[in-house]
Design a protein around this ligand. Structure first.
Ligand code: T3D
Length: 262
């Protein structure tokens, strides 16, 4: 069982709900271990078609639980690099490598490493009342958990610098207009958004999604020539899938396609 997250897997779609609402779902050692266990299950699921990440209560995730970071009485300092390497890095890298879309439905504020988790997802919806806070500088740290990599790629250097250095809240509407997230949705549409996203993923052309995710992720490190090579290889593979055949038949028959993810 799980105590700090909720985890379900239905119709090939996983849902992880960060579930420590009283502490705005901040990350603990236990939550990291439970997330790793959920990812073990997802990675081992041959029929996986998507993953949705959301939070319980009024916050999405307030980053590292600072209660686990109380200064030692003898004044000794903690090795922050170790926690990043052993907990945050595998979490972010595994989400990026998952061969299905990872969709974040942000139910509320995301701060610190919670914001980095959001940015590591492939598609992000956020309720209009949600905010992003690069809280790190307020406690004398730099954005981590991949934050310094994701942020400038998504919004450019000027906005990344302003947000990261000064830590002011960025609203969901601002985040959408910057291109930091896909869409801001009304707060009242949270449950419908979750249900719609899950239905879309469960009925999607899963192999085309996997190829699209891989190609878009690869593009920032590729030349146009390398990207063409990658597109050719991936499209060649997709040309042999059942979903492509179905897509062509559905087009010819003027009906919606019924994809099986194969
Ligand atoms: O340490 C390492 O391993 C290095 C890695 C670092 C990664 C990081 O994530 S560093 C950044 C850590 N996160 C923060 O600094 C954010 C701290 N939280 C806040 O600034 C605010 O809570 C928010 C701006 C996110 C939300 O503000 P607000 O006013 O809506 O809520 P609140 O009242 O501050 O929080 C509600 C409760 O959650 C409150 O507890 P209480 O007073 O009701 O008993 C608050 O203390 C608790 N809470 C919020 N964030 C955290 C937390 N408790 C522990 N850790 C938190 N990060």
């Amino acid at each position: 069982g799980y105590t700090q997250i909720l985890f379900t897997l239905e119709n090939g779609v996983g849902r992880i709900t960060l579930n420590r609402p009283g502490r705005l779902n901040s990350f603990t050692e236990i939550m990291h271990a439970e997330l790793a266990r959920a990812l073990d299950t997802l990675e081992a699921e041959p029929g996986l078609r998507g993953l949705v990440i959301t939070g319980a209560g009024r916050g999405f995730c307030a980053g590292q639980d600072l209660g686990e970071r109380k200064p030692a009485e003898d004044g000794s300092r903690r090795d922050l690099g170790e926690g990043l390497e052993k907990r945050y890095r595998p979490l972010i890298e595994r989400l990026r490598a998952l061969p299905v879309p990872v969709v974040c439905v942000m139910n509320g504020v995301a701060a610190g490493a919670g914001a980095s988790l959001v940015l590591a997802c492939d598609v992000v919806y956020a309720v209009e009342s949600a905010r992003f806070i690069q809280a790190f500088s307020k406690i004398g740290l730099l954005p981590d958990a991949g934050g310094t990599w994701f942020l400038p790629r998504l919004v450019g250097s000027a906005r990344a610098m302003g947000a990261a250095l000064f830590g002011e809240a960025v609203s969901a509407a601002q985040a959408e207009s910057w291109g930091l997230i896909w869409r801001a949705v009304p707060d009242a549409a949270l449950a419908d958004t979750l249900a719609d996203v899950e239905a879309t993923l469960a009925a999607g052309p899963t192999r085309a999604y996997a190829a699209t995710k891989a190609a878009l992720h690869a593009s920032s490190g590729n030349t146009l020539a390398q990207q063409f090579d990658l597109e050719c290889r991936l499209q060649r593979e997709l040309g042999h899938t059942e979903d492509y055949l179905e897509g062509m038949r559905a087009f010819a028959g003027k009906r919606p396609p019924v994809f099986t993810g194969k």
